[in-house]
Design a protein around this ligand. Structure first.
Ligand SMILES: CC(C)(COP(=O)(O)OP(=O)(O)OC[C@H]1O[C@@H](n2cnc3c(N)ncnc32)[C@H](O)[C@@H]1OP(=O)(O)O)[C@@H](O)C(=O)NCCC(=O)NCCS
Length: 171
């Protein structure tokens, strides 16, 4: 049973630990998809999480933090990101439920589409979004090489690809 709520200042440390454990390093390799083969270093830190705090939603199961995401609305567009499921609880539907919850929030707030960026080399993750109705838009954006706040790339050709999904028009 998952319950969702907005993140607060008291969640910053737990959220930072969750994101770091899911994206990078050995802990992330417990999960089925990770960036550890593409990047070393940090995905974010407490300052990075605090900066995005008003946009972050977290999901708990049995009182434990298991998933988080951020959702930023601009006009009719909802940008989804900072999506992480605790590595030991991946693959049982938590990520799918959280994405569906984000789409419901986006729709309630008047968004017409959800957009997100994924490292283009992460084919298995792109396939996961495609099975949930997302499509590559063809847009790409550069990886921030040289800015260690976003990690230390292990290869020189990382690039972000954009995916989007149209939300149903309210009746
Ligand atoms: C991406 C992520 C959020 C998905 O969360 P999750 O809770 O594992 O997702 P679900 O349990 O809902 O779905 C698991 C899916 O993975 C698939 N899967 C499981 N093991 C897999 C594997 N080894 N290879 C490919 N797919 C696999 C399952 O078949 C299932 O897909 P389906 O429901 O379409 O059949 C989670 O893996 C995660 O936090 N990853 C690390 C951080 C990250 O990459 N975030 C996304 C950045 S955009």
């Amino acid at each position: 049973m998952l319950t969702f709520r907005p993140a607060t200042e008291t969640d910053v440390d737990a959220l930072t630990a969750l994101v770091e454990s899911a994206y990078r390093g050995c802990s992330s390799q417990v999960g089925w998809t990770t960036e550890a083969h593409l990047l070393d270093g940090q995905r974010t830190n407490a300052d990075g999480v605090r900066e995005r705090l008003p946009l972050i939603v977290l999901g708990e199961s049995g009182g434990e933090l298991v998933v988080c995401f951020e959702l930023e609305l601009t006009d009719d567009n909802a940008q989804f990101g900072m999506f992480a499921v605790r590595p030991g609880t991946q693959g049982v539907g938590i990520g799918g439920q959280a994405l569906a919850h984000a789409e419901r929030i986006a729709l309630e707030r008047g968004a017409r589409q959800v957009r997100l960026k994924v490292i283009a080399q992460r084919a298995e993750l792109i396939a996961w979004y495609e099975r949930r109705g997302y499509a590559l838009t063809g847009e790409t954006s550069p990886f921030p090489y040289g800015d260690e706040r976003f990690g230390k790339p292990r290869r020189p050709d990382l690039v972000f690809a954009t995916l989007s999904k149209a939300l149903p028009v309210p009746a």
